[in-house]
Design a protein. Sequence first.
Length: 488
Amino acid sequence: MSDQKSNDTAAVSRRSILGGATLAAGAASLSGGAAYLNFVRQARAEASSAEVKPGDLDEYYSFSSSGQSGELRIVGLPSARELMRIPVFNRCSATGYGLTNESRRILSEGLLPETRKFLEERGDYMNGDLHHPHMSFTDGTYDGRYIFVNDKANCRVARIRCDVFKTEKILEIPNASDIHGLRPQKYPRTGYVFANSEHVIPIPNDGSNLDDPQNYWSVYTAIDGDAMQVAWQVLVDGNLDNTDADYQGKYSFSTCYNPNKGVTQAQMTDHEQAWAVIFNIKRIEQAVASGDYKVMNGVKVVDGRHGSKYTRYIPIPNSPHGCNTAPDGIHVVFNGKLSPTVTVIDVRKLDDLFDGKIKERDIVVAEPELGLGPLHTAFDGRGNAYTTLFIDSQLVKWNIEKARRAFAGEKVNPIIQKLDVQYQPGHNHSSMGENQGGGRQVDCFLEQVQQGPIPRHWRVEARQRPADRHLRRSDEVGARRPGVSGAA
């Protein structure tokens, strides 16, 4: 994506592209057709410059989740060629995974006793819902030891060795309804692997308390990534969604929605604000060491609900989803999902927050309005952020410092560019973008596909309504590479 705004006046609208076959011949149609042909020529030129020819190697590996296929996929970038599939929660007849004694042991040894008993009568889990692959860290940089993934369907977390690209450990998480967000501790090393239980449930979930949702809770889990055992959990209010950790080893963060503990869609979205939950890692470790916890299903659980000294709840509009720490080590971005905004905090203010010197919203330093349905944000290491807009089907490039200045009252627009993508993007990543100072190419993943294709290099001018957006060609050849470009 370019840092420069386009001055090209030969615009072709989305509607004219999709409906061009029905337009009568005329000056407007001819002008649009010429612009489209120019775009095609430019796109082909850019494609040839990014081609990875047979025998050449890709610059990056991307580790991509497969959802309900239950496997991890390795994709070369920028070629976007699939290089390998690693079976994790699934069965693979090609490798024997899930059929051999060794792989069956991996799939079963980390299960809870009640799950083993349950599966004795019904057979093994045949699959899983694999989400959120993330590599282990040392000193804020990928160290190439492990990749951790989660199974949202069956509350499991798996560890994959990067030297042989094989699954070696799978752990089921107790007291959880499902595991969604997952991130490794970045500093000093991994260390902990943090995992969210998304939906609130009775704890213990033994059928004794089903009728009062106000007694439902979710838990935040810290897994010992070396031993692959649960180190501790934190009881929280609301539904935890995504999580991330800082670059100082002091705090971790989760987005949290459904503050009223609704059980229907209407109830779960009936609020204007929810929260980002901040976890004080050192204080929680001290609580575990001093005995300030309850044992639930064999796990030490610290009370982190409202009023706890171990957590802080930051009001965030509306039902925040993605949680992304910038590689500058300073900013964390919470993506609004049902709000057109993203909320940016400064981690340097967190010590004062936990010491009671400032209030919760005092750590917020920016809240730019980007568009409809912001879900996740990636970074380029140059002060820019890239946020996916699920409803608008766009990727937005914006500048963090300009967003801070706008939040402070200065008349400055932090949005640099909006790029249409196809269609309804969710997760995005930049190559080495979780390493301090990293981030070069941006990789955008789709959450849903429901419409036909449009050319992928069209720029868009910001309008007040999605229907008013018009696509424009970029004048900058080579500003974006075709296909995907980045590594997760």
